[in-house]
Design a protein around this ligand. Structure first.
Ligand SMILES: [Zn+2]
Length: 253
């Protein structure tokens, strides 16, 4: 693939728990250390937008670090590791769940708590970026046009009011967005990321960017190989498995 390739890493919870939405703190620390030791740069979605719009060149290999949902373990386990390395991540937050729990469709007990406004504001002061993950974490494709607009506009204004900064990036809950949703998102936000597995090459649509589920890279040697540019065969295999099993239908959060 010609041009820069950006891996948009997707995390949810950093905890010693079962399931594909959790990566253990020890593994996360190893993943971040391997990233810091590699030649791969950590950039932000704003850098990606600038590269697309101004023609500025991002590094040949770069990653963007994203978290969905804003669970409390971000502040406790994830941020100290990233801060140590000087990495700037983005967290996509469902605005009505700030300071509450993940009591949305598909979440199984024990329901994990989300960070409250005080913690979000403190993280922002320390350099963490925020994006919208809707208001109530619904499957956007099942909403009326009116409900869809409300989820997109209210989450943006709620987060902007709460954090005092512009909210310009979006992640649809469960990664579910079809043409109607992507079109509506593109009216309000500069970028949107999905859960489609893949690397974001220069042609990747800015409002339907693929991501890399970091649960697939808990084997640290495999992660190091990926960072060294030898990960394409493994990613292809994971993509084939997902397509075969229709795992995209599972409720990724
Ligand atoms: Zn989510």
């Amino acid at each position: 693939m010609a041009g820069p390739v950006i891996d948009i890493l997707m995390y949810h919870s950093i905890a010693d728990a079962h399931g594909p939405t959790s990566v253990s703190p020890a593994v996360f620390a190893d993943q971040m250390a391997a990233l810091a030791a590699s030649d791969v740069a950590v950039i932000t979605l704003d850098d990606l937008v600038a590269a697309r719009t101004n023609g500025t060149e991002p590094p040949e290999r770069a990653v963007i670090i994203t978290f969905d949902d804003g669970f409390c373990d971000f502040a406790e386990a994830a941020w100290p590791e990233m801060k140590r390395h000087g990495f700037c991540p983005i967290i996509y937050v469902p605005s009505a769940h700030v300071g509450r729990v993940e009591d949305w469709v598909g979440a199984a007990p024990p329901l994990r708590p989300l960070m409250d406004w005080d913690v979000l504001c403190q993280l922002q002061r320390e350099g963490v970026q925020f994006g919208s993950h809707s208001v109530s974490h619904p499957d956007l494709t099942r909403l009326s046009d009116f409900e869809l607009q409300a989820e997109l506009t209210r989450s943006k204004s709620d987060l902007e009011d709460g954090l005092g900064t512009a909210i310009e990036h979006f992640a649809p809950p469960y990664g579910l967005a079809k043409d109607r949703e992507i079109s509506a998102i593109s009216q309000l936000y500069k970028t949107s990321v999905g859960t489609r597995l893949g690397q974001a090459g220069p042609q990747a649509p800015i409002h339907d960017l693929p991501r890399i589920e970091m649960f697939y890279f808990t084997d640290i040697d495999r992660w190091r190989a990926h960072l060294a540019g030898q990960g394409a065969p493994y990613l292809m295999a994971r993509k084939s498995l997902r397509a075969l099993g229709k795992l995209v239908q599972k409720p990724w959060q």
